[in-house]
Design a protein around this ligand. Structure first.
Ligand code: ADE
Length: 224
């Protein structure tokens, strides 16, 4: 999978150079390109923002640099995404769906947003990562990329995906590793006695308790 991220702030994406995503990049399973929208500005000062028609606070990103940046990478099968607080709410289901694409383009808005004509021309899928407003699309883009890449074949193990939160209607059960006693707290005996059936029952029970406490809405569940 290839992901082209269009942004005014490519330096914000260093988080994608660590851990599992870095390993997936190295292995060639995924390619992530950072494209600086400013490089496409035809303004002599490389300006990429302006005040909104009709008034209103703040600045908007102008259409021309974004349009040219998109056109420089767009292919017939490209899936175009615009992180936006007014988009549809992101979910594990959406991440899995996005992971089926060969080519994704993410347009990162900044300031008060982008000129509507970019949305009218490219009809990107607008995705929100939650009901709050961030200063730009960079952090949401990283969230979307990270969650999506976990579903790309070979990036993490199939077992991990099956066991984790949101793969069923239950959140993940508590987990422990060595040492067996830490600060006087012992690993639950059932996890150490080697009885796989009892372990599975305990995990299911704990997952249910946790879901009931933190996300009771998930218990009336449809795939998310
Ligand atoms: N840009 C600003 N806030 C956002 C949000 N909550 N989700 C996606 N993109 C955003």
């Amino acid at each position: 999978m290839i992901i082209d991220i269009l942004t005014l702030f490519p330096e914000s994406f260093s988080a994608l150079d660590t851990s599992i995503i870095a390993r997936a990049k190295k292995s060639g399973k995924i390619e992530i390109n950072l494209i600086n929208i400013r490089d496409f500005s035809s303004d002599k000062h490389k300006k990429c923002d302006d005040t909104p028609f009709g008034g209103g606070a703040g600045m908007l990103m102008t259409a021309q640099p974004i349009y040219d940046a998109v056109m420089s990478v767009k292919k017939e099968n490209s899936k175009i995404i615009l992180p936006s607080p007014s988009g549809k709410l992101f979910s594990a289901k959406k991440a899995r769906e996005l992971s089926e694409n060969e080519h994704i383009i993410i347009i990162c808005g900044h300031y008060e947003g982008i000129d509507q004509r970019i949305i009218d021309i490219f009809e990107p899928e607008e995705i929100s990562i939650g009901d709050y407003v961030l200063t730009g699309g960079e952090l949401p883009a990283m969230v979307i990329v990270d969650a999506t890449l976990r579903f790309v074949e070979g990036v993490i193990s199939k077992e991990s995906l099956e066991e984790e939160s949101f793969s069923s209607n239950l959140l993940e059960y508590p987990q422990y590793t060595r040492p067996q006693v830490f600060q006087g707290l012992e690993v639950p005996f059932v996890l150490t006695n080697g009885n796989h059936k009892e372990i599975a029952n305990w995990q299911k029970e704990k997952a249910f308790e946790k879901t009931k406490k933190n996300r009771p809405d998930l218990l009336n569940w449809e795939e998310r």
